[in-house]
Design a protein around this ligand. Structure first.
Ligand code: ADP
Length: 188
C-alpha cells in the first residue's frame, strides 16, 4: 500500500530493513546504543563495526540515548546512507507515558532527517518486538506522526517506508494507510 500525501510518498512493505537502500533506516535501539536483539542486532550484524564505533563516539559525548530521543550514525556496509537510532519505550501497561515516548521516537527521527537534509527514510515497527508495545496502537501512533509531518510540509523527507517484519504489522499499517487515504480523498 502506497499513498502520496502533500507530496510525501508513504508506503508499508513487508521485509528486512537492513536491505533498504534509502538515505536513512531507523533502528529500534536501546539506550546503551551498544546493540541488542531484534532489529538492532540485525542492523549491527549487517552494517559491521563502523556503526558501533560511531555509537561509542556518541556515548563518549553524551552518554547513551534516552527513551524517545534519536541519534544518527554511519550505516557502515548497509545499502542505506545513515542509521538513525531511536529508543522506544518498554510497554508497561500504557500509563507510563509510553504513547508520548513512542510518538517522540518518530518525531525526533524525522527531525534528524531534516537536519541532515535527507529525502528518504525507512522505519521498523519500533517497540513492538522485545519491548512489547501493542501493535495496533503503535501503528496508529506511527502513521499519525507521519501524517502530521507530511501535512505540515516543512520537511526534507519525501519518501517514508514502514518496513514491517511480520504480517500482523503489515496488515495493521495497510489498514492505517487506507484510512489515511480515504480521509485525504474526502478532504479534496
Ligand atoms: P523493540 O525492542 O523496540 O521492541 P525489536 O527489535 O524487538 O525492538 O522489534 C521491533 C520491530 O522490529 C518488531 O516488529 C520486530 O519484528 C522487527 N524486526 C526485527 N528484525 C527486523 C528486521 N531485520 N527488519 C525489520 N524489522 C525487524
Amino acid at each position: 500500500m502506497k499513498l502520496v500525501l502533500n507530496g510525501v510518498t508513504i508506503e508499508a512493505v513487508q521485509g528486512d530493513i537492513t536491505r533498504e537502500a534509502v538515505d536513512a533506516i531507523v533502528n529500534a535501539a536501546n539506550s546503551s546504543l551498544l546493540g541488542g536483539g531484534g532489529v538492532d542486532g540485525a542492523i549491527h550484524r549487517a552494517g559491521g563495526a563502523a556503526i558501533l564505533e560511531d555509537c561509542y563516539r556518541i556515548r563518549d559525548r553524551q552518554g547513551g540515548c534516552p527513551t524517545g530521543e534519536a541519534v544518527i550514525t554511519t550505516a557502515g556496509d548497509l545499502p542505506s546512507q545513515h542509521v538513525i537510532h531511536t529508543v522506544g519505550p518498554v510497554w508497561n501497561g500504557g500509563n507510563q507515558l509510553e504513547p508520548d515516548l513512542l510518538r517522540n521516537c518518530y518525531i525526533h527521527s524525522l527531525q534528524l532527517a531534516d537536519e541532515y537534509e535527507l529525502n528518504s527514510i525507512s522505519f521498523p515497527n519500533i517497540s513492538t518486538g522485545i519491548y512489547g508495545y501493542p501493535k495496533p496502537e503503535a501503528a496508529a501512533i506511527a502513521v499519525k506522526v507521519i501524517q502530521q509531518y507530511a501535512e505540515t510540509g516543512n520537511g526534507t523527507v519525501t519518501h517514508i517506508r514502514f518496513v514491517c517484519f511480520d504480517h500482523d504489522n503489515l496488515a495493521l499499517y495497510e489498514q492505517q494507510l487506507h484510512s489515511l487515504n480515504d480521509e485525504s480523498n474526502e478532504s479534496k
